[in-house]
Design a protein around this ligand. Structure first.
Ligand code: IMP
Length: 183
């Protein structure tokens, strides 16, 4: 789905498909420099990270296995609470592996810091984070995000995996929503 299919619902396009793809190739190259000789396992968090995982993993110049977690973070509307429940756990034993969590967005960072601590407690050799998007509030929590695609303003965005009430995930770009959609 392209932005013109959704013009009534969107306010403005923050990142085009082309900008996203170019940045993901850059991140993939950086990641490969750091991980090519390590036991890399990409871990995606459903459902938001599906698009990032799909394009980032294919941009890597070598093979990397992937696994998935699904979590629900208790929270209402557009804010997360950091209280997390695992809906689907990894299929893989990560003992001794170099885990790279692949995420769509870090906002408060509460969800990710919980996931990172959870995975680190399973004796992984390392647990790092790669996120396509980061919002300014992420600076307030002690979370070390190793790879960041774009720093974006503190606005609610949709597209490229990110949803509002499960809609807009299949939009190719990242965009802000028109105010009438929330009301
Ligand atoms: P955090 O715990 O506040 O960092 O929130 C992380 C989760 O909240 C993300 O994985 C998203 O599912 C959701 N989220 C945060 N900001 C946005 C946004 O702007 N659009 C869509 N989802 C968001």
């Amino acid at each position: 789905m392209d932005a013109h299919h959704m013009t009534g619902d969107l306010d403005r396009v923050l990142l085009t498909e082309e900008q996203i793809m170019t940045r993901l190739q850059g991140l993939a190259d950086e990641i490969w420099v750091d991980y090519h000789d390590r036991d890399l396992l990409l871990v995606g968090v459903l459902k938001g990270a599906v698009m990032v995982m799909s394009d980032l993993s294919r941009a890597l110049p070598g093979s990397a296995p992937m696994d998935w977690m699904a979590i629900s973070s208790y929270g209402s509307g557009t804010k997360s609470s950091g209280v997390v429940r695992i809906l689907k756990d990894l299929d893989t034993d990560i003992t001794g592996r170099d885990v790279l969590i692949v995420e769509d967005i870090v906002d408060s960072g509460l969800t990710l810091s919980w996931i990172q601590a959870n995975l680190a407690s399973r004796n992984a050799a390392s647990v790092e984070i790669c996120t396509l998007l980061r919002k300014p509030d992420a600076a307030k929590v002690p979370i070390d995000v190793k790879y960041v695609g774009f720093d974006i303003p503190n606005e609610f965005v949709v597209g490229y995996g990110l949803d509002y009430a499960e809609k807009y995930r299949n939009l190719r770009c990242v965009a802000t929503l028109a105010p009438h959609v929330y009301e």
